[in-house]
Ligand binder design. Structure first.
Ligand SMILES: [Cu+2]
Length: 141
């Protein structure tokens, strides 16, 4: 009788284990970013990492992903998002990846100048262009 009970429990655990492997998971976590272009890139990076669905909100910075736990996991998705330049709860982008972002998308990072981060895109582009020109002038002297 006792053996049967242990067997039943073991079977139950195996069934739960199998269920967990094939489970569809939905998770929400913070990803840094600014605009619609960021949204496209963040969501694409999540999907490239195996997410079935990905939706990022520019206001809340929340990314909600849905994936099959047999296909991918949250850490993989977070790493791929960092790989394309976006810091998030689970992974930090390299400086190289961050620098490759479009001017509009250079979200506020602790080490990054804050004056341009919150300006809207056209204004920012002008400012960045102005700064580049300034630098060229300084370098030329
Ligand atoms: Cu952007």
């Amino acid at each position: 009788m006792k053996a049967l009970r242990i067997f039943s429990i073991a079977t139950l655990f195996m069934a739960v284990g199998t269920f967990a492997v094939a489970q569809t998971k939905t998770e929400t976590f913070k990803v840094s970013g600014n605009c619609g272009m960021c949204k496209t890139k963040i969501e694409k990076a999540a999907k490239d990492a195996g997410a079935k669905d990905a939706s990022w909100d520019a206001d809340t910075k929340n990314l909600t992903v849905t994936y099959k736990s047999s296909t991918t996991n949250t850490a993989k998705i977070q790493e791929n998002i960092a790989y394309v330049g976006y810091d998030n709860v689970g992974a930090t982008a390299t400086t190289e990846a961050y620098d490759k972002l479009h001017g509009c998308c250079k979200y506020e990072r602790t080490a990054v100048a804050t004056d341009v981060a919150k300006a809207d895109c056209p204004v920012m582009m002008v400012r960045i262009a102005a700064k580049r020109t300034e630098r060229k002038w300084t370098a030329a002297k």
